[in-house]
Design a protein around this ligand. Sequence first.
Ligand code: C2E
Ligand code: MG
Ligand code: MG
Ligand code: MG
Length: 277
Amino acid sequence: LAKRLGRGGFQFYSRQLTADAQHRLMLESELRRAIERCELEVYYQPKVLVENGMIVGSEALLRWHHGKMGMVPPVQFIPIAEDTGLIADLGRWVFREACRTAAELNADSPASHKVAINVSSRQFQRSDLLEMVTESLNETGCRPEWIEIEITESLLLDQQYETLATLCALRTKGISIAIDDFGTGYSALNYLARFPIDTLKIDRSFISSDDKRSAELVKAILSIARCLGQGVVAEGVETAEQAAFLRANGCDAAQGFFYSKPLPKAEFVKLPQFLSA
Ligand code: C2E
Ligand code: MG
Ligand code: MG
Ligand code: MG
């Protein structure tokens, strides 16, 4: 019996693997055509001051509306884009869109609005990154101060010399750098001293947890950022209680469904200057 179950289990397992592999191949070939088919769209989630809900920036988040499959979430297609190299084209497309939006949002406004753009490790390590960034800025009339690049902790672990050089070049241009999902990577805190980083984005898991220890960790991260002169953004704020906790503990800025979901550009630009805080 054990033998039969074992073999059945194996068959099920390998069939499952094949189905997953086929799904992946299918997504890959569909993704190759997504740009030309105009299936991609950039959504924007406001970043607000915790103090009063004023919108001070946004994060560009890629969306894929497939003709038949509907909305495919980034967690499904970004890894495929990375593995296949498609991330170069997708990333360039997102970057240009986000720069165009940043230029529009800042056109007739005295206060500057920063658009944060996610750049995955593969994308960051490409030799043409700086060229891509410069081209996007030039073509859209976007100023570097209107852009923030979000990287993850894992990037800072490998190819440290090249990474440092690229970060410094971006910084010299006037682009700011944020660490996304801070606290969830294989953080070696010493990188905070070595790399030029403007902003820490506290991962949603710390914000949403009811655990007392998570609250203490949020306070510790706020204190690290304060000591190093870095800004902080709390990610994934969903409730008034979470917002109140952040306000009481001196967190500058936040994002989350409590303030607003990511929105298509046309809806984002209609948001009031202050969201309920
Ligand atoms: P991320 O950069 O950490 O983005 C935050 C994610 O949390 C977004 O998911 C956002 O919709 C979601 N979120 C925001 N507020 C809340 C909240 O209050 N509660 C909950 N539960 N979720 C919230 P999304 O858009 O599905 O993106 C997932 C990830 O995909 C992003 O995580 C980012 O790593 C990646 N990604 C998205 N767009 C791009 C892109 O253009 N380029 C690259 N390289 N990666 C991207
Ligand atoms: Mg992000
Ligand atoms: Mg994040
Ligand atoms: Mg993330």
